[in-house]
Write a protein that binds this ligand. Structure first.
Ligand code: HPA
Length: 261
């Protein structure tokens, strides 16, 4: 993978004036791009020197136009379970922040740990558990950053307002990172629940830590593709997300309009 500086220079050649909002599309969230006017698509290989290798992730930066605004979308992300260190996996966050983004909307597919949650629920994240990131923190050195309010209060409220208006069933809950690539065992899931998490997924946290260190405004959105204590696989994750594609699209488009309105 290229260094931050190399990636930044490559990106500059493709996109001069970078948008102020970046949406990271996680597993299954790609439908969001279906009806957006696309201005540019750049493969990650051309910016970061590596492809994304996960089914359901395209591995490209997409610059789209929504109303008057240009918005950047990461169609796919780098995960630690692909073999990247947390610092490498968060290269895009640092590079795009240096390029000018201020708002970071992160999406993810998750398994529910909270027994009240249902497949198909959206979760507006209100906190994160970072302790499983302890062996590979993306920050190095004495960066004692504040994590008392990871997700931006105003962005969360906007996500709530848009979900209500669109009649989208949502929860507010806590995300815990699980390294993967194996899914959790039932005992793992019970343990994660005891730690206090509502949902679990294999991304989000390295990016959140870096984005906080760069003072970005962060919104975390998750989509429940499976219940924790039921057998499931990646195809099911994608299938469930596919069914909700239209809602995901409406939620993100509504949110972007609200942020800029
Ligand atoms: N665990 C971890 N990551 C996930 C899950 C899960 O159950 N579902 C979707 N992503």
């Amino acid at each position: 993978m290229f260094t931050d500086q190399e990636a930044y220079s490559k990106l500059k050649k493709f996109v001069g004036n970078f948008p102020d909002t970046l949406v990271v599309l996680g597993s299954g969230w790609n439908k969001v791009l279906d009806d957006i006017k696309i201005i540019e698509r750049i493969s990650y290989e051309n910016i970061f020197g590596v492809k994304s290798s996960v089914p359901g992730h395209n591995g490209e930066l997409v610059i789209g136009q929504i109303g008057e605004k240009r918005i950047a979308f990461m169609s796919g992300r780098f995960h630690t379970y692909e073999g990247y260190g947390a610092e490498e996996a968060t290269t895009p966050v640092r590079v795009f922040a240096k390029s000018g983004i201020k708002n970071l909307i992160m999406t993810s597919a998750v398994g529910a740990l909270n027994e009240k949650y249902k497949v198909g629920d959206f979760v507006i994240l209100n906190d994160v558990i970072t302790i499983l990131q302890v062996l590979d923190n993306p920050l190095k050195g004495p960066k004692f950053i504040d994590m008392s309010q990871v997700f931006d209060g105003k962005l969360r409220q906007k996500a709530i307002d848009v979900s209500r208006k669109l009649n989208i069933r949502y929860r507010e809950g806590i995300y815990i990172y699980y390294h993967g690539p194996n899914f959790e065992s039932p005992a793992d899931k019970r343990a994660l629940r005891i730690l206090g998490a509502d949902v679990t997924g294999m991304s989000m946290i390295p990016e959140v830590i870096v984005a906080r260190s760069l003072n970005l405004r962060i919104l975390g959105l998750a989509f429940v593709t499976n219940l924790a204590f039921v057998k499931h696989d990646h195809k099911e994750v994608l299938r469930e997300a596919e069914k909700a594609g239209k809602k995901m699209k409406n939620l993100i488009l509504g949110l972007i309009k609200k942020i800029n309105g």
